[in-house]
Design a protein around this ligand. Structure first.
Ligand SMILES: [Ca+2]
Ligand SMILES: [Ca+2]
Ligand SMILES: [Ca+2]
Length: 216
């Protein structure tokens, strides 16, 4: 009996480990874009767009820069004006869950109080479900010399389903860059969390399979 219980436990752990695996999607902004006010990205490369970035800036955004010598941006990133509020919007075409994370850089020549990024996440009803605010700082990619621009990382976790998010940036010279926009929002991802009853059932199933194999 102890043996069976142990096997059920192992089965449950296996199912939990599998369902907890992260299928992160990361948009690296490698498409060549110049002056687009709205653009859809297929971050998980399955042929279907996952996110649409848009701006009210008539000059749009670009995929360019900010140079090789950065910690959180592997150029190109998505680049645009920081003079608006919001400066940038992202809509999740199949919704997003769990978390969102990205690197940002700001066109300032010092890391000061006006060099920051604000990020707010909303559900389909327009309720704010998560937010983050971070100042940009110089990093030291080689240990001694400061990065090309002040930079940082925005990271939010949330329960519920995100429909869209708004970005606001502030910098000395009015430009921002973001890169490596990561989360669970890809069209190939199955955004379901198994319920405890399902986990136990699946665990029993795994045990059943193992048991059947042993008998055989
Ligand atoms: Ca990139
Ligand atoms: Ca896709
Ligand atoms: Ca702004």
């Amino acid at each position: 009996m102890m043996k069976v219980f142990k096997m059920i436990l192992i089965g449950c752990i296996m199912v939990l480990a599998f369902s907890g695996m992260s299928f992160a999607t990361v948009e690296t902004f490698d498409d060549l874009i110049t002056g687009q006010t709205s653009y859809g990205f297929d971050a998980d490369n399955d042929g279907m767009d996952d996110v649409v970035f848009s701006t009210t800036d008539p000059y749009g955004f670009n995929t360019v820069g900010p140079g090789e010598y950065m910690t959180y941006i592997q150029q190109p990133g998505l680049e645009g004006t920081s003079l608006l509020n919001p400066d940038l919007r992202v809509d999740f075409l199949t919704k997003a869950k769990d978390y969102l994370k990205f690197g940002f850089a700001l066109d300032s020549d010092s890391d000061n109080a006006d060099t920051w990024t604000s990020f707010k996440v909303y559900d389909a009803a327009g309720n704010e479900i998560a937010s983050d605010f971070e100042y940009g700082y110089y990093t030291y990619p080689n240990g001694t010399d400061p990065s090309n621009y002040p930079e940082g990382v925005i990271e939010v976790t949330f329960t519920g389903i995100a429909a869209y998010a708004l970005f606001d940036f502030s910098s000395d010279y009015g430009r921002y860059i973001i890169d490596n926009f990561e989360g669970t929002y890809g069209t190939t991802e199955v955004p379901t969390i198994p319920e405890p009853a399902t986990i136990i059932l699946l665990g029993l199933g795994v045990v059943g399979l193992v048991g059947a194999k042993r008998k055989f």
